[in-house]
Design a protein around this ligand. Sequence first.
Ligand code: ZN
Length: 380
Amino acid sequence: MPIPTELVGSLPRPMQLQDAYAAYDEGRITFDELKAEQDTAAEESIKRLEETGETMVTDGEQRESSFATYPITDTLAGTGLADNLAGDGQYFAIFDDGHHRQLPRLTGGPFRYKTFASEFVEKNKAIASKPVKQAVISPSMMMLLYPLEDEIEGYSREQFLDDVCDEVEKDIRQCFAAGAERVSIDFTEGRLANKNDSRNPWTGKDMLQDFIDLNNRVLDRFSPEERKNIGIHTCPGGDCDSVHSKEVPYEQLLTKMFQLNAGYFLIQCASEDDREKVYKLCGENSRDDANGVAQVCFMGVINPLSPEVETAEHVRDELVTAAKYIPVERLGATDDCGFSPFSRDVKPKHGSPDFARDIAMQKIAARIEGARMASEQLGV
Ligand SMILES: [Zn+2]
């Protein structure tokens, strides 16, 4: 079988859509008008992805406030926040360029999603002529909505985590029921968990094992056959062309991450200085039997934060090197991250989000052609 490829999920939102989000937050347009702009951008994203030769398409998360907050708020400014949440939660991340992203704060129970990702899958299935995938958020990210130290009166941490697991399971099952072929879980907080950034207290609490155990509580509710198509995405962040945890030694995550009983992993690698070390770590730590499913390592061969377009030959050479360490039947190709996980992102290194969309399509085409060339060279 040729080396499979898969995108993480997001694409930059056109400037017109980003302006519409702002106009909605300011009360200048209605939710229906915002939705019309989302639908236009989603349809264009799917059509353009299909033109690149991408085997599985998404709407580029055009309808989502962000990869992490789509279930609980309509916009990043907090318009349309779900019940029992306030806007002033802990920082999810502080990025290298100094900007930060903040999560809402849970104020009481029960915790419930207001939007499930299957809503997007249903709409995308009606547009796409190719199979559809969907990214969903992890239980471990949702865990950060609960205050770090204090207990909420009348709603214990245990009760909350039970509810989180139920909501995430439902999110994944509904995506499959709506026709998604694959569902990948975004786990960008994995590497960040070892950052020890004093400005962001949760990153100093050694939470990685708790994250893994919580995520496995959900994964273990699925059969091996289902988990074949449930993935995990890891990265050091990717927002406004900046990262949040690239300085955290990757082995701290990669020696533990494959404990997750997922069938495949979308692993940032292209932006690493020592990529061969990453291939080796993935080869050594990924499992050919994770409770009944072989773990496929989709290695990042494209850097969505850089406007420089990788060549197909470069992608080919990276995958051929990766195959020295990872059995080729468990090797795939992906991008280091979504191209724009948050809805408001002007892609500063690219000059504009519209230009960044053009670049993203060129990069995706290079990944697909490079994977084809590597498959040929490796005889698979
Ligand atoms: Zn990412």
